[in-house]
Design a protein around this ligand. Structure first.
Ligand code: SF4
Length: 346
């Protein structure tokens, strides 16, 4: 097979993007990649010069690439801080956190680590057995995601950040869209986008996604070409419980067979949302319904926010476990006692 030449110079192409098709050498791919992210930021008006940006970094490829680009192009116009969340998954999270911290130190970026343990008194390692015991409660990722968003929003408000940046990429966005369709979850569907959520409210810091139009495969190539060290050795041990994996596989198969499927699905989602635009009155109505959660003070429509409700469910489950452990310990003890008494009576 003839080796492809870079579309922009005489060098040999290092990457071929079938949806274009485009063929680029490493330097021209980097340029193309950077320009697309900058274009996404302009097109969706993700942030303005002077705004304070909080970047949520996990230590994985997506969040480290977004941090790399925000630092490369916007550190002179915007104040940048990093938030690293420790969900408490032994042997996995601690290694990723070390990588995330290393990047922040090298770039001289202020960073903060907040753990589930500190914030909620429970870790993902504690949650997993409780959910196994009572699968009706839901999957680990649903709990983990809600708790993470809670920490991100709370900390962003604390440091007075104007925007909260996450590393969500094109694949994540399309997976969410398809999952929402399959789950008939209309309210989540309208909340997706480069600027997540529909409500503008002082209690919520706007979450934005500069990698919204960037395919995951290209992020992997970008890390390799630009030597961006990231944590990739192991996946979270609880990710097997994510329904999302099934959707990822299905969409990857489609993209391989019909290049461009991810982009066209994203555009379809945008057109759909444009036609379903929530009116200003409706948005006002939504935000007027919000009040402070009676427990933690975060915005919610109910008495308690989703996070506090989930934590309460976990605590109940924990209590049940304790009770059943005490019961079985008592049973064993009584059995021993009966045996001893029987022996004695004999
Ligand atoms: Fe949390 Fe699920 Fe991600 Fe693991 S895979 S860190 S449980 S959201």
């Amino acid at each position: 097979m003839k080796t492809k030449q870079c579309d922009r110079c005489s060098k040999k192409a290092s990457i071929s993007l079938e949806y274009g098709p485009h063929h680029y050498c490493e330097a021209h791919f980097t340029k193309f990649f950077d320009n697309r992210v900058k274009k996404t930021i302009r097109k969706y008006k993700l942030f303005k010069p002077g705004e304070k940006l909080l970047v949520a970094v996990s230590g994985g490829k997506d969040s480290l690439v977004v941090l790399h680009l925000i630092h490369k192009y916007y550190s002179r116009s915007n104040e940048i801080e990093v938030l690293i969340i420790d969900e408490g998954v032994k042997g996995y999270r601690n290694k990723a956190i070390t990588t995330a911290k290393k990047h922040c130190k090298e770039k001289g970026i202020k960073h903060k680590v907040i753990s589930f343990e500190d914030e909620f008194g429970i870790t993902n390692d504690d949650i997993m057995p409780l959910l196994k015991q009572n699968p009706k409660l839901g999957g680990t990722c649903a709990f983990c995601g809600t708790m993470r968003r809670h920490i991100m929003n709370k900390y962003a408000k604390k440091i007075k950040a104007d925007k909260l940046i996450t590393g969500h990429n094109l694949d994540d966005e399309v997976q969410s869209f398809v999952m929402n369709v399959f789950n008939n979850d209309f309210s989540r569907l309208i909340r997706t986008g480069a600027r997540a959520g529909i409500i503008e409210h002082v209690g919520f810091v706007k979450r934005i996604k500069p990698l919204y139009e960037t395919p995951e495969k290209e992020i992997i190539a970008y890390c390799a070409f630009n030597e961006i060290e990231h944590y990739s050795q192991e996946c979270c041990p609880y990710s097997w419980s994510a329904k999302r994996n099934e959707f990822r596989e299905m969409l990857n198969n489609f993209e391989n067979r019909f290049p461009g499927t991810l982009f066209s699905t994203l555009r379809f989602n945008e057109q759909l949302k444009d036609n379903l635009k929530v009116s200003k009155e409706k948005k006002k109505e939504f935000s007027e319904k919000l009040k402070a959660c009676s427990k933690c003070g975060e915005p919610t429509e109910k008495k308690f926010c989703n996070t506090c409700e989930l934590i309460a469910k976990l605590q109940d489950e924990k209590k049940k476990t304790k009770k059943s452990k005490t019961k079985s310990a008592n049973k064993k003890y009584n059995k021993k006692l009966t045996c001893a008494t029987t022996k004695y009576n004999k």
